[in-house]
Design a protein around this ligand. Sequence first.
Ligand code: CAA
Length: 389
Amino acid sequence: MKIGIDEMRFVTTPFYLDMVDLANARGEDPNKYLIGIGQDKQAVVPPTQDIVTLGAEAASKLPSEKLKRVRTIILATESGIDNSKASAMYVKHLLKMDDNIRVVELKEACYSATAGLQFAKGLVALEPQNYVLVIAADIARYGLRTPGEVTQGAGAVAMLVSANPHVMTIEPGAVSYSRDLMDFWRPLYATEALVDGKYSTNVYVDFFKHTYGSYIQQTGLQLDDFSALIFHLPFTKMGKKALESLLGERDDAVAQHLREQLKAEQADSRMVGNLYTGSLYLGLMSLVQHGQLQSGDRIGLFSYGSGAEGEFYTGIMQPGFAKHVEKIDEWLKQRTRVDMQKYETMFNQHLGMNDQDVSFDLQHDSSRFLLAGQRNHQRQYVDRNDDKY
Ligand code: CAA
């Protein structure tokens, strides 16, 4: 049975920071951020947004008749809002979905959405009439004036997994690789990630080479069997480092094509920043929109989560795939640019570890789902489309 991704939708916050403004404020050459890191803009997160509002908003854009057939919601994140309760529970409530649904949250840094897709594939194999909703939602926060600041971002990708999918079937034979390493982590008492930046980039490339190499050995496939190789993009230059580790000096037609396809994957990520769990899947959406893909093409996907876990797997694009992947370029242009002062203010307004009652001003955030504040240690969410709002 063919199983894979049937629909894809994306959401980010309504605000962004231009990386030239950030570079100027931090005393860096703008080209370090634009070329050296490969980011143009990053999503700025108002206090009224978290993984629940982002995840619900992305999922709300999926076709309603398909959402009615969802029997499991998997929310993959490393930006959890509760140490016990799954954020998928809030999402299900905001979307007014059936109560006869299994909900769960998954964690292994930026990798867990890929685990979610593989688990979803297993569930669909058992019950092919049902859909699984996999949401990758995160807020990448490193802290003001840290080396990681330029690689921040936020957003959510919502994917439906089904039998006979419209976007991409997931082929068997994925190679996973995990080792206990400290390249990036966030202790329970911290709202910002701790990272050994250079080490993390080296581990990433090593894990890519290892998983890709094992996959090739196992399947006998060659580089020219892939129409594209796409990567988890903590910042877009990271994908280039990984691809070049494979291509080396090669400059033939295959290598040139893969480099062009990588640029297509990077296009939207340059405008949003790191999505942690969602980055690879925003990359797939961006490739569909900007790249050269045809039905029947095989693509290779490298998923990486610090700590650390890597997985290389492949998918086959399905007839009419582009119609089932949201086109996001136009609405990305409608976001509001904020200056450094506004960015830092929003950064510091984050609910974080605050245990007090809080009410946020909702006027400035045009999103459908909003975090209105916190009362009696409970997050308060609202839906602008609700009659009660
Ligand atoms: N013009 C053009 N390029 C320039 C430049 C200029 N004026 N100045 C510097 N550069 C280049 C540098 O040569 C360098 O390029 P290479 O990496 O190709 O050598 C690049 O810009 C970055 O410069 P630095 O190495 O000096 O940057 P830095 O020390 O400030 O840190 C970083 C970079 C380590 C990536 C840091 O941003 C960081 O810690 N980021 C967060 C961690 C991260 O994203 N790790 C990725 C792997 S882990 C993962 O994937 C999981 C996840 O999502 C976090």
